[in-house]
Design a protein around this ligand. Structure first.
Ligand SMILES: Nc1ncnc2c1ncn2[C@@H]1O[C@H](COP(=O)(O)OP(=O)(O)O)[C@@H](O)[C@H]1O
Ligand SMILES: [Mg+2]
Length: 252
């Protein structure tokens, strides 16, 4: 796949949850968009707008109720569950707000885990884990367990883990949500570096218009619908998210 090729495509994606018969609650109401190889895209929306539901679909952790989703040429609807888990392991690097590292397991082993599932040999995966941890500035903390690391350090390990199998895309759901702003800044810098220096395709999911402004493309989600593609304009993003600006809030 070359830069600019379609990496993922969502066509008329609906997602409903059953909340006890006969009720069905539709969270996504026909979402359409495409992400191309090498893009750094954000999906921005308020809490409850359906971001994590959408992330679960993009990450093949969950299937849409209806609609078509193609990831790196694979039709998700047709793929069997075990094929989806292989696909996730090889093609997607997940980064979560809560890090989701394995407890009582050091940084190297955490980064090695996706490679172990992919069948990479011991020596090769240890070497690669060390290299990836070095890339995120964690050389001096490689033998530490998650409970001996700060939030920012844990997120660095999680990013190294996301890169383990050289995924087609990195999918990050509120990756700086639990961090102070200075630490969040360092984490965002790592994403920019992965994008600029390694050409990684990155989808950043966030409630923060400020963070979304750092990406090349901004897809705004409101109440389970795509409201628009804001071309990096603050007021437009706010309007699409229908968040009040500070001035409006003060006026209230
Ligand atoms: N498994 C589920 N069952 C029922 N409702 C759900 C489920 N997952 C999410 N929802 C609802 O879908 C809406 C969107 O949730 P979510 O995708 O987590 O939003 P966001 O990540 O933007 O905060 C919320 O109203 C939430 O309560
Ligand atoms: Mg969420």
């Amino acid at each position: 796949m070359a830069a600019g090729d379609v990496m993922l495509e969502l066509k008329d994606i609906h997602k409903s949850f059953f909340i006890g018969t006969p009720n069905e609650f539709e969270v996504l109401h026909g979402v359409n968009f495409t992400v191309r190889e090498g893009e750094f895209v954000s999906i921005v929306g308020q809490s409850g707008s359906g971001k994590s539901t959408l992330m679960n679909i993009i990450g093949a952790l969950d299937r849409p109720t209806t609609g078509e989703y193609t990831l790196d040429g694979v039709d998700i609807e047709k793929a069997k569950d075990h094929e989806l888990s292989i696909l996730r392991n090889k093609k997607i690097g997940f980064v979560f707000q809560t890090y989701n590292l394995i407890a009582r397991t050091n940084a190297i082993k955490n980064v090695e885990l996706p490679m172990m599932y992919a069948g990479v040999g011991h020596t090769e995966r240890t070497e690669r884990a060390k290299m990836l941890l070095e890339q995120v500035g964690m050389t001096n903390r490689m033998m530490h367990n998650p409970d001996e690391l700060s939030g920012g350090q844990k997120q660095r390990v999680a990013i190294a883990r996301a890169m383990a199998n050289d995924p087609a895309i990195i999918l990050a759901d509120e990756p700086t949500g639990a961090l102070d702003s200075a630490t969040g800044r360092l984490i965002m810098d790592i994403f920019h570096e992965l994008h600029e220096k390694q050409g990684k395709t990155i989808v950043l999911i966030t409630h923060s218009p400020e963070l979304s402004l750092e990406t090349e493309r901004i897809i705004t989600l409101r109440d389970g619908d795509i409201r628009g593609e804001s071309a990096g304009k603050w007021e437009q993003i706010k309007a699409d998210m229908s968040v009040k600006t500070n001035e409006e809030e003060k006026a209230c």
